[in-house]
Design a binder for this molecule. Structure first.
Ligand SMILES: Cc1cc2nc3c(=O)[nH]c(=O)nc-3n(C[C@H](O)[C@H](O)[C@H](O)COP(=O)(O)OP(=O)(O)OC[C@H]3O[C@@H](n4cnc5c(N)ncnc54)[C@H](O)[C@@H]3O)c2cc1C
Length: 411
């Protein structure tokens, strides 16, 4: 006989995992999802392939006002546990570059399929098109009001409504209001893993051009983080994996009113002197060549004029014989340290993750239970914990979902 009735509010990654764990532990579980079906965001993860975890798990890949809060959950249900959990459900996991783990099927939909199959097998009740408008505590336990439906009573509630990132996939911040009603504080959310906007005159002419290089975020002149890989110029700023990875630290400091720059190194594998030597050799190879033409074959042609102008070269077509040592130093300098001012991040609709959320100081890290409202639990992106790109955010959803599901269903 089932004793505990648990409502999981939000049928995303964290909610589905929590519901399975709680049902396996003997609870009667219902998942309330506002969309017509559960797991919509999961289908979009990893460009439709679902980067479900990362074998190189480290707390340094996570962020939040008190990131150490996440350590216990990430240890109790770690990346190996997540892979075993999914292998058991039928997902053969493959490890790709930088430790990223994907289903061998290459389909995020297969991850959703096995989760739903297991939920059904365990008798988890999915109630879709069910937007939870309020949760309160009364004599019969928790009272849940769902839009256009009768209210229901349950013994325990797990809030897994996600954050605010990419509202077209479901989460829109409504969970924060549910948490606030119990007295939980919300650390102001801001978009993370998102493209950066720049203040620069040349963006239109470079839109769509890519470089392989290194990007560094500098705040008040100090380098805070570097990432390398493919950097894409857009008509508003920069995109690409290194930029997305740096966006959290940029967004965090912009919100504090700090001056944030991004510095690109187009030749991270060469020292300044090596690059200067290379440019010198190429320039004096054919002294009659126009200076701008001497860069053809070295860098993407779309960058040549912009870089030369940015380096303060006024006559772009001068024959190479007239190029001075100072010109050479200026252009080498620009290629090694091309500094641009970051004016902001793109909006929620473009963001992959939410930084900020329910303040962890009122959540027990061992159980994910509210310290204010016993019987209320949290898991996933709704909590003020976010991860880097690479499978870390889903791992947080699995780990915290596991702990919340297990502790909510324990007698
Ligand atoms: C495009 C994209 C790609 C991504 N790729 C990856 C990746 O490859 N690897 C990775 O680790 N992370 C990735 N992420 C991040 C990851 O998907 C999220 O961190 C993770 O899904 C969060 O899980 P969650 O269950 O906490 O929230 P969500 O998955 O957002 O689920 C929350 C659910 O709650 C529902 N809900 C909200 N409010 C209510 C309410 N009031 N009543 C009822 N239901 C409600 C929502 O509709 C939603 O279904 C990606 C994100 C995006 C947007």
């Amino acid at each position: 006989m089932r004793e505990l009735k648990i409502a999981v509010v939000g049928g995303g990654a964290a909610g589905m995992l929590a519901s399975i764990v709680a049902a396996r532990n003997g609870a009667e579980v219902l998942v309330l999802e506002q969309l017509p079906r559960v797991g919509k965001k999961l289908l979009a993860t990893g460009n439709g392939r679902c980067n479900l975890t990362n074998i190189n798990m480290n707390i340094r890949s996570f962020h939040g006002s008190n990131v150490n809060f996440a350590i216990s959950a990430l240890k109790k249900f770690d990346q190996r546990s997540a892979m075993d959990f999914f292998e058991d459900l039928g997902i053969h996991c493959v490890v790709e570059g930088e430790g990223k783990v994907f289903p061998a099927s290459g389909q995020a939909s297969s991850v959703l399929d096995v989760l739903r199959f297991e939920m059904e097998r365990l008798g988890v009740k999915e109630i879709c098109d069910a937007r939870v408008e309020s949760v309160s505590y009364g004599k019969k336990g928790f009272k849940i009001n769902v839009k256009d439906r009768d209210s229901m009573w349950v013994d325990k509630v797990i809030l897994t409504t996600g954050g605010k990132a990419n509202p077209s996939l479901g989460a829109n911040g409504s969970g924060y209001e549910l948490a606030k009603a119990f007295g939980h504080k919300i650390i102001e959310p801001f978009p993370s893993l998102v493209k950066l906007k720049l203040d620069a005159p040349f963006l239109k002419s470079l839109s769509g051009a890519k470089i392989d290089g290194e990007a560094a975020i500098e705040v008040d002149g100090k380098v805070l983080r570097k990432e390398s890989g493919e950097i894409l110029f857009t008509d508003y700023g920069l995109s690409g994996p290194p930029v997305m990875q740096l966006s959290r630290i940029a967004g965090e400091h912009l919100r504090m009113g700090k001056r944030v720059n991004i510095a690109l190194d187009l030749f991270p594998d060469m020292s300044f002197e090596e690059l200067e030597d290379l440019l010198e050799r190429r320039t004096y190879l054919r002294e009659d060549k126009p200076f701008d033409f001497s860069f053809v074959g070295l860098i993407n042609k779309r960058f040549i004029n912009v870089l030369l102008k940015e380096a303060g070269i006024s006559d772009l077509h001068m024959p190479c014989r007239y190029v001075t040592e100072d010109d050479m130093k200026a252009i080498a300098n620009k290629m090694k340290r091309w500094v641009m001012s970051v004016s902001g991040t793109q909006s929620w609709s473009e963001a992959q993750v939410t930084a900020g959320g329910v303040d962890v100081s009122h959540i027990n890290p061992e159980t994910m239970e509210s310290k204010i409202a016993p019987g209320l639990y949290f898991a996933g992106e709704i909590i003020d914990i976010d991860g880097d790109c690479g499978g870390f955010n889903l791992q947080w959803a699995w780990s915290s979902g596991y702990i919340a599901g297990l502790s909510a269903s324990s007698k």
